[in-house]
Design a protein around this ligand. Structure first.
Ligand code: PGA
Length: 253
């Protein structure tokens, strides 16, 4: 019912040439399945969005941004608006990635404004949530996820929420080589789906895709995807090589 979704977050990596060749290789290697059996999106750095959009031309791979600012325009030096993202061909944007929360210092309140601004401006947000290692050790995982989901989606009505994808990314698993076990991922995803059912309604909660992220590799994708509430993966490091990203796409179908 929920089509698998594979998203590649390139973070602050690639350059002008490698971003284009990576996009072309992914488009070429996945043309037989993307769109029909799996949704795929890539999230390059801002300055390569236009060239990657051109490189993805005629493929069914969607373009996304790693961040943006919630205001529509004005004196916000260094920031990028939702309309600017649309203008260069983006359909998706990440909101509240753990590196934005924990390195840059974004709050739940700011992330909530971004989610709302994205939807209002016609961009599909991927709201990222996940606990720190200390929080997991202190049995705070459910509390942290609940807070991030409730605050991140505050004020959004049912119509708006249907544009949202959620990504559960335990911070201790991001870029560390440590992946959550399939059961840990399933438990967190189930909690999120139950929260969505509680805030909205069961039918809507069944439609929303929940991705897992954190050291996803070709070898662990199929097992994660077998979990009932894991609908896709958000991939960092392994999305920077066409071969490994293509293997993940194959394994997710
Ligand atoms: P990783 O990153 O796959 O390199 O762990 C995932 C992410 O940050 O989205």
């Amino acid at each position: 019912m929920r089509k698998p979704f594979v998203a590649g977050n390139w973070k602050m990596n690639t350059d002008g040439n490698s971003s284009v060749s990576l996009a072309k290789a992914i488009a070429c290697g996945s043309s037989n399945i993307v769109g029909r059996s799996v949704s795929v999106a890539v999230f390059p750095p801002f300055n390569y969005l236009t060239s990657v959009f051109k490189a993805l031309n005629k493929s069914n791979i969607a373009l996304g941004a790693q961040d943006f600012y919630f205001e529509p325009d004005g004196a916000f030096t260094g920031e990028i608006s939702v309309a600017m993202l649309k203008d260069v061909g983006c359909n998706y944007a990440l909101c509240g990635h753990s590196e934005r929360r924990h390195v840059i210092g974004e709050t739940d309140e700011l992330i909530n404004k971004k989610v709302d601004a994205a939807i209002s401006g016609g961009i599909l947000p991927i709201l990222c949530v996940g606990e720190l290692l200390d929080e997991r050790k202190a049995s705070q995982t459910n509390k942290v996820i609940t807070r991030q989901i409730k605050k991140g989606l505050a004020g959004l009505n049912a119509e708006k929420i249907s544009a949202v994808t959620i990504a559960y990314e335990p911070v201790w698993a991001i870029g560390t080589g440590l992946t959550a076990t399939p059961q840990q991922a399933q438990d967190a995803h189930k909690l999120i789906r139950n929260l969505l059912a509680e805030i909205y309604e069961a039918r809507l909660s069944e439609e929303i895709r929940i991705l897992y992220g954190g050291s996803v590799k070709p070898e662990n994708t199929a097992e994660l995807m077998q979990q009932q509430d894991v609908d896709g993966v958000l991939v960092g490091g392994a999305s920077l090589k066409a071969d490994s990203f293509l293997s993940i796409i194959q394994a997710a179908v």
